[in-house]
Design a protein around this ligand. Structure first.
Ligand SMILES: [Zn+2]
Length: 162
C-alpha cells in the first residue's frame, strides 16, 4: 500500500516495519502523496499513482478523548461541530467516522495545494479544519453518533496477553 516498505530481498524495510507496527498497535495507516513527513501511497500495479490511502485495522478501537478544534477559528466554531464533539467525548468512534474525516481531509489538502502551490505550514490546519466541518455535516445526515474522528482521539488494537 505504501512506497519503500520492502527491501530488494523481499523483506520489510525499516519504513515497512514502522508502518506495520503502527497498524498493528494503533490500528490505522494513512498516506497522502506529496505531503511532507507523511507515508507515501504506492502506485497501483499498473503504474497508476495513488493520492490517498486510508486503512483501518478492523480490530482497532478508536475513542474520542476530548474536544479539539485545531485549525478552526475559535470565534466561529459552528454549533453543530461543538455539539458533535461534546456528545462524542469518551465514546467509541465508528470506523466510518475515520473514513469520513480522513477522506474529507485528503480532498481539502488537494484544494489547498491547488490554491497555494504546495504543502506548507498552513496546509494541515486548513485541511483538518475543513474536514471537521464536513464530518459534522455528514455525521448528522447519516445519523452517526459516538466519538468524533476529528477531535482529540486515541486508537489502539487490543491484543491477547496470553
Ligand atoms: Zn484531521
Amino acid at each position: 500500500m505504501f512506497k519503500d516498505t520492502f527491501k530488494d530481498n523481499g523483506k520489510l524495510s525499516n519504513n515497512g516495519k514502522r508502518i506495520a507496527f503502527n497498524f498493528n498497535t494503533y490500528g490505522t495507516a494513512i498516506g497522502l502523496a506529496g505531503r511532507p513527513l507523511a507515508d507515501q501511497p504506492a502506485d497501483l500495479a499498473n503504474g497508476t499513482p495513488v493520492y490517498s490511502v486510508i486503512a483501518y485495522n478492523t480490530n482497532a478501537i478508536g475513542i474520542e478523548v476530548d474536544e479539539l478544534y485545531y485549525g478552526v477559528d475559535y470565534e466561529t466554531i459552528p454549533d453543530n461541530v461543538v455539539s458533535a464533539e461534546v456528545s462524542g467525548i469518551q465514546q467509541k468512534i465508528s470506523p466510518v467516522g475515520l473514513f469520513i474525516h480522513e477522506s474529507a481531509e485528503a480532498l481539502a489538502f488537494r484544494a489547498y495545494v491547488n490554491m497555494y502551490g504546495s504543502f506548507d505550514a498552513g496546509a494541515y490546519p486548513y485541511a483538518h479544519s475543513r474536514a471537521i466541518l464536513k464530518e459534522a455535516l455528514i455525521r448528522a445526515d447519516l445519523h452517526i453518533a459516538g466519538g468524533f474522528a476529528g477531535a482529540k482521539v486515541k486508537y489502539s488494537v487490543p491484543h491477547d496477553k496470553r
